[in-house]
Design a protein around this ligand. Structure first.
Ligand code: SAH
Length: 376
């Protein structure tokens, strides 16, 4: 760990230890929320973790083509809504702002799009908000920020989130003697300097509602993940899309069907590390369950599309053609770089298959472009 990391890391560790001494145990969600979003010492609060030189790299940081193709997708959605003269382009968890910058550049191709678009970035981290402001300083339209989705301006909208759902705090539960018990974080009984997992209280019936129905009767020892944040996001989206027309797209890594197993993962400087080691210094994420997400969307009253793999989607949107166009204005090494980028985004061995998408819309709009309706 560098000296830079030392003080926030110590601060967050002590805060968690204090909470654990007074509260005994914390849910995985409470631990994740502290580690990621503590306003002074949390992972997202203290630094810009994105990019090749930092902790992890995401699709928009790999290639401009990712944001450009999503920009064309957003423009298509806008046209399908009848090209309203003002519409909201809302990005959830915009990271460095690069994806929005690429989307807006691509949006120039759709006449009238930039005149109509009003951009809002939903960002919890003050540090990343600053980075976004720098990245988008020369954007073709002004950008605005909102602290949460509910505070975004009303009106027809396209909502996009790449690697947003994976950092919403999850809870975990373990099947123990035929009952579901919350998996908790506690202090190691002999070494109060270390955090360990343990078994906490039994889940209530309403908590069990967060477990995918197919997994509710799992064998003893099975671990399941509860994603209350996904449910809340789907409900908020449905409320909005009942009032005003809209499309939404979520891209993330995860499974197409509900699965048991621990997917909580910590990444520091591109390495997997122990999620309980040095909280606040590593990114904590968990897999999205796309089947569950889509069902929650349908249940909330949205039209739902997907799941589809990132590889198929980008191919459908024309990544090969885009790479060919960009290749014309660069030298051989630039062309090789574009090829590598495309390969990383679409090939099944890389991000193409693990990363998936789900789209949603107001009922009654034409189907989301490029992605087939979800069938239960
Ligand atoms: N979309 C970007 C960044 C992904 S990292 C990319 O693909 O590169 C996750 C992003 O979501 C960060 O910007 C993080 O600060 C933000 N974030 C996580 N939880 C949030 C929440 N509850 N509200 C708003 N932003 C959140």
């Amino acid at each position: 760990m560098s000296d830079d990391d030392f003080r926030p890391a110590q601060m967050i560790k002590e805060r968690l230890q204090d909470r654990l001494r007074s509260e005994g145990a914390l849910s995985v969600a409470a631990y994740m929320a502290e580690a990621l979003f503590h306003p002074m010492a949390g992972f997202y609060a203290t630094k810009d973790p994105l990019g090749a030189a930092n902790d992890f790299i995401t699709a928009p940081e790999i290639s401009q083509m990712f944001g450009e193709l999503l920009g064309l997708w957003a423009a298509e959605c806008w046209m399908q809504m009848g090209a309203p003269s003002r519409f909201e382009l809302i990005e959830l968890g915009p990271g460095t702002g690069r994806m929005m910058s690429d989307m807006l550049r691509a949006g120039r191709a759709a006449p009238g799009f930039l005149d109509a678009v009003h951009v809002t970035l939903v960002e919890a981290s003050p540090a990343l908000k600053m980075v976004q402001g720098q990245t988008l300083a020369n954007a073709p339209v002004p950008v605005h920020w909102a602290k949460d989705f509910e505070k975004t301006p009303s009106g027809p909208a396209v909502v996009i989130g790449n690697e947003f759902l994976d950092c919403l705090p999850i809870r975990q539960a373990v099947r123990h003697q035929g009952q579901w018990r919350e998996r908790v974080v506690t202090l190691h009984p002999e070494d109060q300097d270390r955090f360990v997992f343990g078994l906490g209280p039994m889940l209530s019936d309403s908590d069990i509602g967060y477990i995918a129905p197919a997994l509710r009767k799992s064998e003893d020892g099975a671990l399941v993940e509860l994603r209350p944040g996904d449910q809340q996001q789907m409900e908020q989206l449905a409320n909005r899309f009942k009032r005003d027309p809209g499309y939404a797209l979520f891209v993330d890594y995860g499974s197409a069907k509900p699965e048991t197993g621990d997917t909580l993962q910590a990444i520091r400087a591109h390495q997997k590390v122990d999620p309980l080691d040095a909280p606040g210094t590593a990114d904590l994420t968990a897999w999205v369950d796309f089947d569950r997400l889509l069902r929650l969307g349908l249940d909330a009253g949205l039209a739902a599309f997907g799941p589809m793999t990132q590889g198929e989607f980008l191919t459908e949107l024309g990544i090969e053609q885009r790479a060919a166009v960009l290749s014309k204005s660069v030298d051989e090494s630039g062309q090789a770089r574009l090829k590598r980028q495309m390969h990383r985004l679409v090939s099944p061995e890389d991000m193409g298959e693990l990363f998936k998408l789900a789209a949603f819309s107001s009922d009654g709009l034409p189907p989301a472009p490029g992605i087939a309706p979800f069938s239960r």
